[in-house]
Write a protein that binds this ligand. Structure first.
Ligand code: ADP
Ligand code: MG
Length: 397
């Protein structure tokens, strides 16, 4: 769909061509295998995954592609074409073994690849590879999980489909890579949706049972607009683990295993025992888990009006109780809600910058983009995103 004011999302085949050309240039031969993993946008259910709650993301048409081939010796060689990553963009590291174990290091971007190689279920063969992506980096739509899952799927492709491993275990291996190699104690949402997404569907994930339920999202009159604020406040690194810790403490004070087990009634009962900050953090999470389950039902029933209201409630709780929004994201949400035909809008991803997600009538999207940009104090980038498929190998012929 061509929408005036929105950025065109390149086709996967375009990314493959680009990666292939770079591979030939760098390694002097044709790549033999390729795979991709998508980014994601979370419709609702923010900061709930590490609290064993519900999340409701969909896979994006923006993807990371890895192309490459088996090599001789025991060295893996990887080049990324991403612009905004730390140097150098080309790395070499050994195939992990007892003598040559892998460990995270510099450049940082390569840790996502190394972490997946180290946690791959099956034996890794030496390879040369080129990475290219259309997922905005560090924008809250999970370029990191798309890189991990693309790498995992590429390693499978190198060994004829890899070992017989469930999608859940692949996602968990990629999550472990992010924990151990990128030092990010993330929940399971990003890797799960990147592995399990399906075209025309959002996925309600229960992060306690680790089960997903696909919900059709293919109404031709409704679209998802992802708006990148193009700002990133450098708080993110420390704020995420701090929030996670606060939630664990709040759950413990209430005698619960996680905030998933706590109700609003529990929260009120223990109000005196929680300090104000912890109380508000828990109020966001408990409320957000309830909102997310309800939102999935609304989508099934085509009740976009109610869905949109829940999105705005989610944003307000993230802004006031969880304190992970920022003025730019707030501006974008206010502007979106002023536009005609908009059901709801909220920040998406970890926060402190990155993207908002807006649900609106298809016929209203061009005017909404115009309005949001007019009201926004910075320059935003807009993407109209149909729910896309999860990771898969790609044919190079
Ligand atoms: P998000 O996942 O929201 O995009 P993160 O901070 O979790 O943000 O991950 C962004 C980091 O992931 C980048 O700074 C970079 O290190 C790494 N990364 C993502 N995509 C690529 C890529 N195509 N090439 C190299 N590194 C990448
Ligand atoms: Mg990430």
């Amino acid at each position: 769909m061509e929408v005036v004011g929105s950025t065109k999302i390149p086709a996967v085949s375009e990314l493959v061509s680009k990666a292939k050309a770079a591979f030939v240039d760098k390694f002097g031969c044709e790549p033999q295998c390729a795979a991709y993993g998508p980014g994601r946008v979370n419709l609702i259910g923010e900061h709930t995954d590490y609290n064993e709650g519900f999340v409701f993301p969909m896979a994006l048409p923006q993807v990371t592609v890895v192309v490459g081939k088996k090599s001789e010796g025991n060295v893996c060689r990887v080049l990324t074409l991403a612009e905004s990553v730390d140097e150098p963009k080309y790395v070499e590291f050994p195939v992990p073994s007892a003598e040559t174990p892998l460990k995270p290091g510099s450049p940082k971007w390569a840790n996502y690849v190394k972490g997946v190689v180290a946690n791959y279920i099956g034996s890794v063969v030496p390879f040369d590879a080129v990475v290219v992506s259309s997922v905005p980096l560090g924008g809250g739509v999970s370029s990191s999980a798309s890189l991990e899952v693309a790498t995992y799927t590429f390693l499978d492709a190198l060994t004829n489909g890899g070992a017989d491993v469930s999608k859940k275990d692949k996602a968990l291996a990629c999550q472990k890579a992010e924990h151990e190699y990128a030092g990010m104690p993330c929940g399971i949402m990003d890797q799960f949706i990147s592995v399990m997404g399906q075209e025309g569907h959002a996925l309600l994930i229960d992060c306690r049972s680790m089960e997903g339920k696909l919900v059709p999202m293919n109404d031709p009159n409704v679209v998802v607009l992802v708006t990148n604020s193009n700002v990133k406040h450098e708080l993110t690194g420390s704020e995420y683990p701090t929030r996670k810790k606060q939630c664990e403490v709040a759950a413990k004070v209430m005698g619960k295993k996680s905030l998933r087990e706590a109700s609003m009634k529990d929260l009120e009962e223990f109000k005196e025992k929680l300090d104000d900050v912890m109380y508000r953090r828990a109020r966001h999470v408990i409320g957000e888990i309830i909102r997310t389950e309800e939102a999935a039902k609304c989508l099934e029933q085509g009740d976009y009006t109610r869905f949109g209201k829940l999105m705005v409630e989610s944003h307000n709780a993230l802004r006031d109780d969880y304190e992970v929004s920022c003025p730019e994201l707030d501006e974008l949400v206010v502007a979106a809600m002023e536009a005609e035909g908009v059901f709801g809008s909220r920040m998406t991803g970890g926060g402190f910058g990155g993207c908002t997600v807006t649900l609106l009538k298809k016929e209203a999207v061009e005017k909404a983009i115009q309005h949001i940009q007019k009201r926004y104090s910075q320059t935003a980038t807009f993407y109209v995103c149909p729910p896309a498929a999860g990771a898969a190998p790609l044919s190079l012929s």
